[in-house]
Design a protein around this ligand. Structure first.
Ligand SMILES: Cc1cc2nc3c(=O)[nH]c(=O)nc-3n(C[C@H](O)[C@H](O)[C@H](O)COP(=O)(O)OP(=O)(O)OC[C@H]3O[C@@H](n4cnc5c(N)ncnc54)[C@H](O)[C@@H]3O)c2cc1C
Length: 435
């Protein structure tokens, strides 16, 4: 059975590895970029995603790339603590949370795809243009950088082609494109004096202006210094138009200025921004939830299906869960087919598997998307601001402990990483189908 995956991002690559683990052998990943380069800055892989990477045999390799945060702590604009909770192993999970560089992680996955599936499995310089749904198979059309076309026939096409997905645009032409909420994000990395315990992810501010930082590595050779990832966020001025894309480098000086007052006794925010190696600017965008992902024997996965705001640090983790769930259902459906199954039965099994995948993942990601629009777990910062804009002596005078805990727990339940639910959930590693 031939499987075509469009997009060699985190979702597409984990899908390739998961389908291969499930026993599928004819898998090709087509990537628009002419070459895979380590783009982006930091991302967080939450325990539910690390469980899946561990079941793919990649837990140690990914852990070596980054840092396992010990805590996540929320502060107001004055640096006063609102809520703090242990994370990963420190919170009693069987799997850590990992902060890694997105590009380094993507290249690790790509190397693993090449090692397990063969060096030809990833075909760069192929942009998906359209997919034609036949009665029993799909025909995917790609365009190469020199303008030549390439067509492939497959029993399954997976659109893992990101927030501007071509397959999504084809199937949902009236969907309206990415939706901007008026916030601008500036992402960067910087080497700064180690703050707190050296492994804490912090968020400070509220719904209008915010600063997030987390270590991406242990202390550097220069003692007392740590490489951190940061995100500074602010509402764009009235009348500003939406920015086009990720990865636009910009001058840090105006951003340093905007955070000039944010000098806490435990972290100097303007100095952190000023120390950035590079700052990338982009709009806070997501996509509307879709009424369906499957069309013929094609489906969507990751940001192509449900791009969401980064609050809650869940984009990559949800793409990984999609990939694992898809492979699980496909293996189950195909295993049930006899060896004499023809094109009709195979197509029916593939479509049933895609429907099962969608039934698991589409409502779950739509609920999470709605929560991220309500700020997700970061709502505690907004509440603290609304109830005590000038700060507080004791946060529990402003937000009761039970309310703080419920906001944190509700998000974990929706995202699939509530500790008890995650530990009890059955594995998504399928019994292998015959190669
Ligand atoms: C360049 C880049 C930098 C990013 N940086 C960050 C970051 O710093 N922090 C963060 O939290 N998230 C970042 N993200 C987003 C994050 O990686 C995703 O939210 C998450 O990993 C889900 O991944 P995905 O595989 O669904 O989509 P993506 O990571 O967007 O991957 C999609 C892949 O498909 C390729 N593609 C696009 N269109 C086509 C097409 N028509 N045909 C074939 N291939 C196509 C893209 O080149 C890309 O490799 C970044 C994404 C990109 C593309």
């Amino acid at each position: 059975m031939k499987i075509v995956i469009a997009g060699a991002g985190i979702g597409g690559l984990v899908a390739a590895l998961s389908l291969h683990q499930a026993g599928f052998r004819d898998i090709a990943v087509y990537e628009r970029a002419a070459e895979l380069r380590p783009l982006g800055v930091g991302i967080n892989l939450l325990p539910h995603a690390v469980r899946e990477l561990t079941e793919l045999g990649l837990g140690d390799a990914v852990a070596e790339l980054g840092v396992a945060p010990s805590r996540l702590s929320y502060f107001n604009r004055l640096g006063q603590l609102i809520w703090s909770e242990p994370r990963g192993l420190d919170a009693g999970y069987a799997w850590p949370q990992l902060s890694v560089h997105r590009g380094e992680f993507q290249l690790l996955l790509a190397a693993e795809v090449a090692r397990r599936l063969g060096p030809e499995a990833i075909r760069t310089g192929h942009r998906l243009v359209s997919v034609e749904h036949g009665e029993h198979s799909e025909r995917a059309r790609f365009e190469r950088p020199d303008g030549t076309a390439h067509e492939v026939e497959a029993e399954l096409v997976v659109g893992a082609d990101g927030i501007h997905s071509a397959l999504r645009a084809q199937e949902h032409p009236d969907d309206g494109g990415p939706v901007w909420n008026g916030l601008i994000l500036w992402r960067g990395t910087a080497t700064i004096p180690t703050y707190l315990d050296g492994r804490t992810m912090i968020m400070a501010g509220d719904g209008e202006q915010k600063f997030v930082a987390y270590p991406l590595a242990g202390e550097t050779a220069e003692t007392g210094m740590t490489r951190v990832n940061f995100i500074a966020e602010r509402r764009a001025p009235e009348g500003a138009s939406e920015l086009a894309d990720w990865n636009v480098p910009i001058d840090p000086a105006p951003i340093v200025e905007r955070f000039a007052e944010w000098r806490f006794d435990w972290l100097d925010v303007p100095a952190t921004i000023a120390a950035a190696d590079e700052i990338l600017e982009y709009p806070m965008v997501d996509r509307e939830p879709l009424p369906h992902w499957r069309a013929g024997s094609s489906t969507l996965l990751g940001d192509a299906a449900h791009a969401m705001y980064p609050n809650g640090s869940n984009g990559s983790s949800q793409a990984i869960l999609d990939a694992r769930t898809l492979a699980f259902h496909l293996a189950g459906a195909v295993r049930g087919l006899g060896s004499s199954a023809g094109a009709v039965e195979t197509a029916a099994a593939v479509r049933a598997a895609l429907d099962a995948y969608e039934a698991d993942r589409r409502p779950a990601t739509a609920a999470l998307l709605a929560m991220t629009r309500q700020l997700g777990p970061e709502r505690v910062m907004q509440l603290a601001y609304e109830r005590a804009p000038e700060g507080f002596a004791d946060i529990h005078d402003v937000i009761p402990e039970a309310e703080l805990r419920e906001i944190a727990d509700a998000y974990k339940r929706a995202a699939g990483f509530h500790p008890a639910a995650l530990t009890e959930r059955a594995s998504l590693t399928p019994a292998s189908v015959e190669p």
